[in-house]
Every structure is written in C-alpha cells, then in structure tokens.
Design a protein around this ligand. Structure first.
Ligand code: FMN
Length: 175
C-alpha cells in the first residue's frame, strides 16, 4: 500500500493529458474510494457521472471551458461530474433535509476520488470554473454539477513544487 504522505504529496492538478484512454476499472475503484468518504449524518449527498471518452466527452470539455479558461480540458480523456444531491440529515427529530454540509461532504468525496486516481497512476484536475447551466442541459447529465474532475494520464511527469502558505502561517497550538 502506498504511504499516505507520499500519496498526498504526489497528487497535483494535471493540465496536460495524454490521449491515452482511462481504464473503466480504475474509475470504478476511484468511485469506490469516494463512496466510503465521510459525510454529515452519513447523508452521502453525492452522485458521480463518469464520461469516459465517447461522443459526450467533447461536449463536457466545452462546458469546462467557461470564459475561455481550462483549454487543456480539450485533451482530457475522461470527466467525472460530481453531483450534489439532496442531503437528508438524521437528527433527534428524524430525517431532515439540510444542504448545509453537502458541499463540504462533496469536497471530501472528491478528494478521496482524486487520491484513489493518483494511487492508480492517473492524474486529475478538479474544475470549479465550469458552465453548470450548460452541463445540466446535457440530457446525459441533467443534474446540478458541483465540480468536474478531469481524469487521465499526465503528459508531464516531474512533480511541481507545492506553493503553499507556511506551517507558521496556518498552524497554532493553543493552550
Ligand atoms: C474547488 C476547486 C476548483 C478548482 N477549479 C479549477 C479550475 O477550474 N481550473 C483549474 O485549472 N484548476 C482548478 N482547480 C485546481 C487548483 O487550482 C489547484 O488545486 C491549486 O492551485 C493547487 O495546486 P495542485 O492541485 O497542483 O496542488 C480547482 C481546485 C479546487 C479544489
């Protein structure tokens, strides 16, 4: 099993994909990893719509290129639409529809999906700058897409240095 710290260090956003197709079995394993993510009251307010090649791929890529951004998605061989579903939270009053934590839960599931992809030699890019209206209008999608995940094999292999805030800026031990 890959070391967790190596795994999280080797995940990075890929913006240059090979044309190599993605094996369906690998995508299923990614979805399996996302499926077991935690969520508020175990509500699991998510669905994953996989577009792996085929005629729909180009249409989804167009939806990912809002405002002329994300041009690299033209070459992404697969996309996963992470869909927000109604969150039913269990509380003392019974089941209550509450979307408060849904986006947080979707983020957790998306990360588990992406790390499972990395663990299988795939690369990903989470895409938030997308045309959600156009995506919903595609009959094969027809849902509220929270983010797309572009998935494929990276054309560039060396990892970039992570540009992040220092620990001293984000970590505080309080007593
Ligand atoms: C919610 C979310 C939305 C994002 N949307 C885009 C996007 O539309 N296009 C893009 O190229 N990268 C997008 N990214 C990737 C971030 O830019 C990237 O994760 C960040 O710069 C850190 O780089 P790294 O993923 O390579 O470590 C998104 C990431 C997240 C979490």
């Amino acid at each position: 099993m890959a070391d967790y710290f190596d795994l999280i260090a080797s995940r990075e956003s890929c913006r240059n994909f090979l044309e190599r197709p993605v094996e369906k079995e690998k995508l299923i394993r990614c979805a399996e990893a996302a499926r077991i993510a935690p969520s508020a009251c175990d509500s699991q307010p998510w669905e994953f719509i996989v577009v792996n090649g085929g005629p729909l791929r180009g249409k989804v890529a167009e939806c990912a290129q809002q405002f002329g951004l994300n041009k690299f998605t033209q070459k992404a061989p697969a996309f996963v639409a992470v869909v927000e579903k109604k969150a039913m939270l269990r509380n003392p009053a019974g089941m209550v529809a509450d979307q408060k934590y849904a986006k947080f839960d979707l983020g957790l599931a998306t990360m588990q999906f992406c790390l499972a992809a990395t663990a299988q030699g795939l690369s990903t890019c989470i895409l938030g700058s997308i045309n959600r209206k156009k995506l919903k209008e595609l009959p094969e999608i027809g849902e509220d897409v929270f983010v797309l995940i572009a998935v494929g094999y990276a054309a560039d292999s060396p990892l970039r240095r992570k540009q992040r805030k220092g620990l001293d800026e984000i970590l505080k031990f309080a007593e």
